[in-house]
Structure formats: C-alpha cells, structure tokens
Design a protein around this ligand. Sequence first.
Ligand SMILES: Nc1ncnc2c1ncn2[C@@H]1O[C@H](COP(=O)(O)OP(=O)(O)OP(=O)(O)O)[C@@H](O)[C@H]1O
Ligand SMILES: [Mg+2]
Length: 467
Amino acid sequence: MIGASFYVVAASTIRLVSDSLFEDTVRRRMTSVSEMAVTLGGQMQDAAADVFYPQLVQAARSTGGRLLVVDENGKVQADTFDERCGVRLALSELHSVLRGEADADYGFHQQHGEGVMQAASIFDAITKRDREQVWVGCFVSSLQPASGGALVLIASVQDEVDSIISIRDRMLLVFAAALAAVLALASLISRIITRPVAELSAGIERMSKGDYRHRVHVPGKGEMAQLAGAFNQMSEQVGNLEEARNQFVSNASHELKTPLATIKILVESMMYEDGMDPELRREFLGDINKEIDRLSSVVGDLLTLVHIDSHKLKLRRERMIFADTVRETAARLTPLAKKRGQEIAVTIGDECEMFADPGKLAQVCYNIIENAIKYTPDGGRITVRLRRTGRDAVLEIADTGVGIPEEDLPHVFDRFYRVDKARSRDTGGTGLGLSIVQQIIRLHAGSVTVQSERGKGTTFIVQLPVK
Ligand SMILES: Nc1ncnc2c1ncn2[C@@H]1O[C@H](COP(=O)(O)OP(=O)(O)OP(=O)(O)O)[C@@H](O)[C@H]1O
Ligand SMILES: [Mg+2]
C-alpha cells in the first residue's frame, strides 16, 4: 500500500513538473517562431537571397536552434545548417500548417545526437535509455504575409527531458530507499510481535512434554508479558500439583508397605517354625490382626481423601444437634483415655442445632480427640468445650500434652505430616487424620485452627456455621 501510494505521488509529481516545464518551453518557442515568421517573411519578400540568408542565420543563432524555410510543398528552401536544401520534410506539424489547418504547430522528435555521451546512470540501464538519442522540438509557423510557405525552428529540448529524467531518477532512489526502510521496519515490528508468541508456544510445548520448570521470559508490561506471567504461574501450579501427586502416591505406598512387611515376617516365622508354642502363635496372630486393622484404617483414610479430592464425597446434611455428636464421640473415646489414666471433660454451652452431616462431624471430633489422647502423656486432661458465638458453633478441644513445635504448626494439616515420625509410628499414626478433618470442615464452609505450646498442650478450634 505504501509502495502504491508512493508510486501515485511520484507519477503525478513527474507529470506536473514535466507539464509545466514543457508548457513554458512550448510557449516561449512558439512566440519566437511566430515573431520570426513575421519578420523574416517580410524580409524574404524584400531582400535578395544572399542578404536574407545571413539574416536567417542571425535569427537562428539568437534562438540557439536551427531554422528552415519551407515552401508550400514542404520542400526546404533555406537551412541554417545548410544540409537539407531541396529535401521534402515529412513532419506532421509542418503539414498541418501547410494545409492551413493551423497557423502554427509543434511536435517533439527523437533524433540521433552528436554523439556527446553523458555520464550514464544506473537508471539508463534500467530504463534502456540511449544517451546518443536527443529530443528535439519542431516549432512551425506559416510565413507572414502568407506566402504558402512555413518557418521551422528545430531546437533541442534535451535539457528539459534531462531534468525530468533526473527528477524521476531521484524519485526512484527515494522510493527504493523508503521501500527498503518500510520493509526493514515491518520485519522488525513483526519480529517484536512474534518473538514472545514463539517463546510462549515453545514453553507450552515443553510443558506438554512434562517440563514444568521451564519459565517464559517476555519483558515489558504489555498483554504478552501478562500472558507469559499467567503461563508461568500455571506452569508452576501444575508442577506443584504433579509433585504433590507423586509425593502422595509414594507416601501412600510407603504406609501400606510397612504393615505388609510386618505381616509377612510374622506369617513366615509361623510357617517355618514347627511345633510353635500356642501362646506365641496367638500373640503373632494378634499382631497380624493389629497390622491388618492398621492397613484397613490407612486404606479407609486414603479412600476418604481421594473421594474428597475428586469431589465425589457428598455431605449427607440433616437437622442435627452438634452437642449430641460431641458427647457421643467423647463417650466412645473415654475407655481409651481411661486406659491411660486421662480424663475427658465435656462442657456444652449451647446445643448448637444445625444442618450438617452428623457422620462426618463425628469423624472430625473423633480424629481430634483421638489425637489429644495419643499425644498427651498418661494422666493428662482433655477438655472439650462447645459454645455458640453469633452464627457459629465453636468447638474447642484442648489437651495438656506434648504440644506441637511452632515450625510444625503450619504443616499439621498436610497429608502424611507427622511431627515426630518415630513416636508417631509407635502410636500408629499415618498423618492423614487432620487433613481429613480440614477437608470435612471446608466442605461445611467452616474453619479449623490450632494453637499449641511445646510441653504444655494443644488446642484445636473448629468453627462451623449454624444454618
Ligand atoms: N493434640 C496434639 N498434640 C500434639 N501433637 C499433635 C496433636 N494432634 C496432632 N499432632 C501432630 O500432628 C500430626 C498430624 O496429626 P494427624 O492426626 O493428621 O496424624 P496422626 O495422628 O499421626 O495419624 P492418623 O492419620 O492416624 O491420625 C501428628 O502426627 C502429631 O505429630
Ligand atoms: Mg490423628
């Protein structure tokens, strides 16, 4: 488009310049030839040929051209170059004057010049311009008083043609330079635009092949930079998710492997020991039974989490009294606490009637109170308090146990997270209880927080909206 518009501008400029240049030349030449036709016409009648000829030469010199006097048949009578006398001139503009169609006329012709070679430019080669050819103008006027003949002035117009050619050449140069600049700029701009796109698509390709660590770098603050930022964020999240999934699978496998290995050892020793003491055999079977219980509890917890993750776990909400659930769970765990000389004190400030899933909330209470029992030394005290603040039911479960170090507090709700791995193994923990608690509370649109002081005790606070 730029090229086309430049071409139109250049063509019309050249046309304008050449029109004005030639109009001027033609007007000047035609005036002088008409004037000379009057003067010389008069002299031709009066003077003898030998007097007239020098006058013709004189007049020709003053115009810088060549003058020819032609009779009514187009035959040359006099020529200031003394070459064409007696020759019939075949010029259309001459014949229109001789036929009386016009008083004066002109035309342009290309003639072989005097072999003056000018410096050839590159454009001469392109435009196939022959520098030996020159343009001449023929300006014809009928001789006055009308004798039937005509005066022909032949003058070079090569200067005008040259200046037009030089304007055209310069315009061509500017056009070429402008075109090159526009092309260079266009390719630069397109590269600036396409480079981030290329980088982004390369990033997407790498991500689709599993490389989540690759980051796309697009400088600036434009849309592409924002897109790249969003892509990087997404890539990081997908990477984290992938890592979490791998971690989950490896943790789960590990949790299942340990009880299975124990069972295998126990079964093998029973298989290869003939005549085993029945008492020992019963003990072994009891251990195997315990490990199987542990396996099924781990598998149960895993299934619950997987269900929650895949959004398959639906709450079975019903009208319920939360206080009843708390009391029942505490009662269910009291024998366990008793075994360790612990006391569970339940205080109910409000019955907290609500619309929730009683089974799931019982699991929440069970997991937290069971933890309190597990992580509190013998003879400790567990306080369970339910009250209502505004539109929330608040359940606080406090113990006088070992507590949780501050650096571990943010992680206790993570899957498989155990503060003291060795001790947890003794107590049989998998590190899934609290993450299940958190998911169930979230499904109920509530929150669970923990406060703890090492060696003094831990308090879990569950907040649930009462609908
Ligand atoms: N009341 C508490 N006092 C001290 N530490 C606690 C308490 N409750 C939880 N913890 C710590 O938080 C960790 C995570 O608890 P969580 O209930 O998720 O797992 P767990 O009890 O080890 O195993 P399980 O899956 O059988 O519940 C525990 O291993 C324990 O270190
Ligand atoms: Mg637990």
